[in-house]
Design a protein around this ligand. Structure first.
Ligand code: BGP
Length: 485
């Protein structure tokens, strides 16, 4: 129990976050078409996930069943309501609405499914927070257009977004266009984020690419920016009360030493990972440093005058992000060569890591909140944060996930500090509130939830739900509006 108490604003949004491809299952139910993750196999830390053009019989694809929210949404939403959620982040699976991505008319059964889900949320006073695209580009768009590499996909997305806005305009107020859009800055964002065929068939986080592929990747990202900006404008025209946000994978890099060269390396990393996409979506223009980056990497984008106008007119209402860890940057080649984890850089001696090597840094969250708010001065929302861990049943048969409570408490305390600092923070949705499939490894054993789901890495288990200790803890946090941590 922390000694200090924090004053969260009245109406603060407390809840949890999920994504259709990791949560729903029912990959071909109700007229849904396959999405990109439906072609990505399971994996572990040591055996990376692979994408396959043809679904290989006998191969395990975690998204196909996931944890079956598609059939169990009532049970899950009731549990969320019991915890006191007033917000629930989920994504609409694009392929449920437009099975091939470029269909002329939407799939009624898919539309009806989300009406049912939103109705269930509203029954308990839970505000849905909807991501339109959380890695769920329809597979047919990958096959036909090489995903976002093609400008044509902008129109298909805009049609899909318009359908969702019109259909759910009285049920949903908070929207996000693209999940972690800045993942497209890295090679691993090629297949998951951009629905583009990568140069390797494995999900390789440190992959090297040809210059042509890098060029294509940044052009594809530009197409997503334009699609997002168009969607924002259409959404506001349909319902002026909509709050539409961007979603950035929040990265915070520290200089490994006080060598000014390390400090510059860290600044560059922060600029590229947070503010490249952030500036386009919040300010409506590419940042000043993009020019040098494009020049040095010989990247030439097709950006039309119309695109520029769309970007300027389609800026977001709030900045949302995920935050799991911080990293370090150094120019010391020897240290860099010895680094263990591709995400975290050289290990930070002041921080502990999760079982997956992610460096746990609650203070970094306060730093990040202040930094982003200082730059944009628009409301912020933390739409992912949490601890992926192996949960083992205790002797009494229950899950005593004290390590998760500890992680969350420390991060929520730093949110309280940032609010005292003056940051305008709208809400917090803990990632993977119900155990679900890991995006990076495809595993089930990397669990985040307040609610345990009976399923293992190979897909065995009866999928029943159980409360962990963190369930009652979070319930208390919400009931006290963050006072009782
Ligand atoms: C983010 C994604 C989520 C989620 C989370 C945790 O990058 O938006 O989809 O999965 O990270 O990552 P992982 O599942 O790899 O532990």
């Amino acid at each position: 129990m922390g000694e200090k108490t924090y004053a969260f604003p009245a109406g603060f949004l407390w809840g949890g976050a999920t994504a259709a491809n990791q949560y729903e299952g029912g990959w071909l139910d109700g007229g849904k078409g396959a999405s990109v993750p439906d072609h990505i196999t399971g994996g572990t830390v040591s055996t990376p996930r692979r994408w396959t053009r043809e679904i290989e019989e006998g191969t395990y694809y975690p998204s196909h069943e996931a944890v079956d929210f598609y059939h169990r949404y009532k049970e899950d939403i009731a549990l969320m309501a019991e915890m006191g959620f007033n917000v629930f982040r989920l994504s609409i699976n694009w392929g449920r609405i437009y099975p091939n991505g470029d269909d002329k008319t939407p799939n009624e059964e898919g539309l009806a499914f989300y009406h049912d889900v939103f109705k269930e949320c509203r029954k308990y006073g839970i505000e849905p927070l909807v991501t339109l695209s959380h890695y769920e580009t329809p597979w047919a768009l990958t096959e036909k257009y090489n995903g976002w590499a093609s400008r044509e996909v902008i129109d298909h997305f805009v049609r899909y977004a318009t359908t969702c806005f019109q259909e759910y305009k009285d049920e949903v107020k908070y929207w996000l266009t693209f999940n972690e859009i800045n993942c497209a800055m890295m090679p691993f964002g090629t297949i998951m984020g951009l629905g583009m065929v990568p140069e390797s068939d494995v999900m390789d986080f440190g992959a090297s690419e040809t210059h042509e592929q890098v060029q294509k990747r940044f052009q594809a990202l530009h197409h997503q920016f334009v699609a997002s900006a168009k969607a924002v404008q259409i959404g506001h025209a349909i319902n002026p009360n909509f709050m539409i946000g961007c979603m950035i994978a929040g990265g915070l890099a520290y200089p490994y030493t006080c060598n000014p060269k390390d400090a510059l390396a860290a600044q560059n990393k922060n600029n590229m990972s947070n503010y490249f996409c952030g500036d386009v979506q919040v300010r409506g223009v590419y940042p000043y440093f993009a020019k040098r980056f494009f020049k040095e990497n010989d990247i030439h984008l097709d950006i039309t005058t119309d695109d520029e106008i769309e970007l300027l007119n389609g800026t977001v209402d709030f900045y949302s992000f995920s935050y799991y860890m911080s990293s370090t940057e150094t120019v010391d080649e020897e240290l860099k060569a010895a680094k263990g984890n591709v995400f975290a850089g050289v290990p930070n001696p002041y921080l502990e890591t999760s079982e997956w090597g992610w460096q746990i840094d609650p203070e970094g969250l306060r730093w990040y909140l202040n930094d982003v708010y200082g730059r944009y001065e628009i409301p912020l929302m933390i739409v992912e944060n949490g601890l992926g861990a192996v949960d083992v049943r205790g002797e009494d048969g229950k899950f005593h996930d004290v390590y998760r409570i500890d992680y969350l408490r420390k991060h929520i305390e730093q949110m309280g500090e940032a609010i005292e600092d003056g940051v305008d923070l709208l809400g917090y949705t803990m990632w993977g509130c119900v155990d679900l499939v890991s995006a990076s490894t495809g595993e089930m054993k990397k669990r985040y939830g307040f609610i345990y789901v009976d399923k293992d890495n190979d897909g065995n288990g009866d999928l029943h739900r159980e409360k962990k200790d963190s369930f009652d803890w979070y319930k208390k946090v919400i009931a006290s509006n963050g006072k009782e941590l």
